[in-house]
Design a protein around this ligand. Sequence first.
Ligand SMILES: CC(C)(COP(=O)(O)OP(=O)(O)OC[C@H]1O[C@@H](n2cnc3c(N)ncnc32)[C@H](O)[C@@H]1OP(=O)(O)O)[C@@H](O)C(=O)NCCC(=O)NCCS
Length: 179
Amino acid sequence: MSPTSDFSLPEQGTQPVMTSEYHFRCPQPSDGSEVFRLVQRCKPLDENSMYCNLLQCSHFSDTSIAAEVDGELVGFISGYRLPQQANTLFVWQVAVDSSQRGKGLASQMLEQLVRRVGNVTYLHTTITADNKASWNTFKRFALNLGAPLTNKSFFDKHQHFSGEHDSEELVVIGPFTLF
Ligand SMILES: CC(C)(COP(=O)(O)OP(=O)(O)OC[C@H]1O[C@@H](n2cnc3c(N)ncnc32)[C@H](O)[C@@H]1OP(=O)(O)O)[C@@H](O)C(=O)NCCC(=O)NCCS
């Protein structure tokens, strides 16, 4: 079964068809240390400090999402509204535990998150050129919304990362409308 079958957009005026084995919710400060460990397990994500994860789970809880199975944290997206562009959700990191990959969890979290945040017509993220799983996740998201996806260089390996990190492309998805 295609992992995106849970993602089908309903006809206008009907409720979303959303069957899922996952429980989605806003992260809480008590999730911070588990988020830290999940991100540690999800290579090639950059590890942040546990303090940073705690801030994501508190100040940025409304624009982030946690997914659980049987009370275990198996998925997390950190995000925020761009400070100068409130109609744009910036997705910072997407992490899915290896036990749950390929089942549409990242796609479901993205959809749930943009629906909950509301009043966003663009999604931005950054991806390194070689992260195929990430590119495909965001391409799928754009495809499901019928939204354009464009990319351009953003943080350069040498100019911004002192050669210590691969370049990050800025991915812009939108405009989109959620029904
Ligand atoms: C990237 C990641 C979040 C995807 O999570 P997931 O729940 O397995 O993704 P989904 O099942 O929702 O798949 C979404 C799309 O990406 C594709 N995809 C997922 N993993 C893939 C992989 N390893 N290689 C190629 N394509 C992949 C799926 O086929 C699907 O596209 P499709 O519907 O057109 O077939 C997960 O692999 C992960 O946590 N990786 C480590 C952390 C990371 O790199 N995060 C980057 C931010 S996205």
